[in-house]
Design a protein around this ligand. Structure first.
Ligand code: FES
Length: 161
């Protein structure tokens, strides 16, 4: 009797290497095996450390505070700084310090302070804010963020207060 070869065989009896070319399937099998091993028993061992490290969430706490010399902010004037990678502005007013983020609340562009008009203008979509950061026109849905600050001696510490 002639033995019949089933070339369309699938499942446990199949030899995928024979059907699809040994090199590719063997490589894929090895790769899947390595992944399964990494997440299984070997996941707790050294083999899984690089993989686990890649899943470690990035620390997203408060950024380091920005420190400015109070003497660098003229009375009645302003100075700019960077906190958490974003620009801010500090006004030294008769009524006290006012510290505002320069990040537009619409889509996050950096707004520009226009001292002559006493407004913040966003170049992206023509949003604008008054001198206190209150949204007055265009698409911004909310005022500019007031940043926390504290004064320590002759230093102004923005953020992390
Ligand atoms: S990002 Fe400022 S108005 Fe759109």
């Amino acid at each position: 009797m002639e033995e019949k070869k089933d070339t369309a065989q699938t499942g446990a009896g199949a030899a995928p290497e024979e059907k699809h070319g040994g090199k590719f399937m063997a490589g894929r099998r090895a790769f899947l095996g390595a992944c399964a091993g990494g997440s299984g028993a070997r996941g707790a061992g050294l083999g899984g450390v690089p993989l686990l490290a890649s899943f470690t969430p990035v620390q997203r706490g408060k950024p380091e505070p920005a420190v400015m010399n109070l003497g660098d902010i003229p009375e009645g004037g302003f100075a700019k700084g960077v906190y958490g990678g974003h620009s801010f502005i500090v006004f030294n007013k008769k009524t006290g310090i006012e510290c505002l983020s320069l990040i537009c609340t619409h889509l996050g562009c950096t707004v520009k302070w226009e001292p002559a008009k006493k407004i913040f203008k966003c170049p992206c979509h023509d949003g604008w804010y008054d001198e206190h950061g209150i949204n007055k026109g265009g698409p911004p849905p909310a005022p500019l963020e007031h940043l926390e600050y504290k004064i320590a001696g002759d230093k102004l510490i923005v953020g992390g207060a």
